[in-house]
Ligand binder design. Structure first.
Ligand code: SF4
Length: 388
């Protein structure tokens, strides 16, 4: 443990509290990380990134980085939840929403590690995002989860400059340490899907060509399977205020005016800005031959083809949006609704009823039919047999 980490652990107030629920099911899966369940072993985050969205009023987290709640008996609660709900279908669990499951205190209390043990016991797939190299401590369990089902790890890296990162993310591992951890995991556990969440990308600080290229190239060289990117950052009520105040007191004060001019009071940067940076990121990822989407875990039950097709539709929508700057809501909702179908899409297809699925317009039905016809694994069979 570094001196800074020790000092910070002492400064932060830790509160032990028992919560009723351990697992939260989302109405639709997240179309970027593919998570269907979320869980938070902690509330609040001592990484204290100065841009963190958790400071906005919509999360109602008071004193977000100075007071961290450790959820007691969390592993036992999760165990009970799995035990009682035998019919709970396995799907991607994302630990850590508005907190980092590997924040400094985790080194001492191994709270997340215990929870991973329960996830491994019930063979649920996971996707973890972190800014800490501490995750390498748990390679043994993560490797087991990957072998039994599926494990994705994404390191959140928005700059390759350790000094800038120290200002933005003062108590996380340095980007160079995260890249080293990525390399270690890739080497020791190649069955884990690993990559970089290049999010956020702060205008005028991190959107320059040098940084974009550096993060992508260094991630690729470390062994990343994917780079998931998103230009800009949200600037929302109290979070925006906190971030701007921090900038004003720093050597980066000159970007305040530029940022305010770009955002013009909005939460997100304008679409022409996003489109320009997205195009650049797309080109760089093409040059480095790296995926810009996270590969999805596919179940082997009746959901198999629903998930395969949903991934295909949502990937198409995402790539279109990156290229054109426009969102195709019908395509997006068609892809999302497929996840909630309580039978296989192949059965619906056989009955000639694809039009009954929400948002399945004639155009989307055509895309789905032509996709199914092209699949090698379905081609080997003939006629309706191919869908049995
Ligand atoms: S690690 Fe994530 S949750 Fe924690 S402070 Fe940073 S941005 Fe917020």
């Amino acid at each position: 443990m570094t001196f800074t980490e020790v000092a910070f652990i002492i400064m932060v107030k830790y509160i032990y509290k028992e919560f009723k629920s351990a697992l939260n099911k989302l109405k639709f899966p997240d179309s970027w990380f593919w998570s269907r369940y979320t869980l938070n072993t902690y509330s609040g985050c001592a990484h204290a990134c100065i841009y963190c969205d958790a400071r906005s009023q919509r999360y109602y987290i008071e004193d977000f980085e100075n007071e961290v709640i450790i959820k007691t008996n969390f592993d036992k609660k999760l165990d009970q939840r799995f035990k009682r709900a035998r019919t709970l279908l396995p799907d991607i669990i994302a630990p850590g929403g508005v907190n980092d499951a590997y924040q400094p205190i985790e080194r001492k209390i191994e709270h997340t590690r215990k929870v991973l043990g329960i996830i491994a016991k019930y063979k649920f797939p996971i996707n973890i995002a972190t800014k800490s190299d501490l995750i390498t401590r748990d390679i043994d369990i993560l490797q087991k989860i990957a072998a039994d089902t599926w494990c994705t790890i994404g390191f959140s890296i928005s700059t390759s400059d350790d000094e800038l990162a120290e200002f933005l993310e003062p108590f996380s591992s340095k980007p160079s340490e995260r890249l080293e951890a990525l390399k270690t995991i890739k080497k020791k556990a190649p069955n884990i899907q690993i990559g970089t969440y290049f999010i956020p990308i702060i205008p005028f600080l991190e959107d320059n060509d040098e940084n974009l290229e550096d993060v992508i190239k260094k991630s690729k060289d470390a062994g990343a399977d994917f780079i998931l990117f998103s230009p800009g950052l949200t600037l929302r009520d109290s979070q925006a205020q906190y971030f701007i105040n921090k900038l004003k007191k720093s050597k980066y004060t000159h970007i305040v005016k530029l940022l305010l001019n770009l955002y013009k009071g909005q939460i997100h940067p304008p679409s022409d800005y996003t489109k320009r940076i997205n195009t650049r990121l797309w080109d760089l990822c093409q040059k480095c031959k790296i995926n810009i989407r996270v590969k999805r875990w596919i179940p082997s039950d009746f959901r198999k083809w629903n998930y395969i097709l949903s991934e295909f539709l949502l990937n198409s929508e995402y790539i279109d949006a990156v290229k054109t700057g426009k969102t195709n809501k019908t395509l997006m909702w068609a892809g999302l609704n497929l996840n909630n179908l309580d039978e296989s899409i192949l059965d619906v297809y056989k009955r000639g009823e694809l039009h009954t699925i929400k948002n399945f317009t004639p155009k989307i039905i055509k895309i789905v039919e032509s996709y199914l016809e092209k699949r090698e694994d379905l081609k080997k069979k003939t006629g309706l047999e191919k869908f049995l």
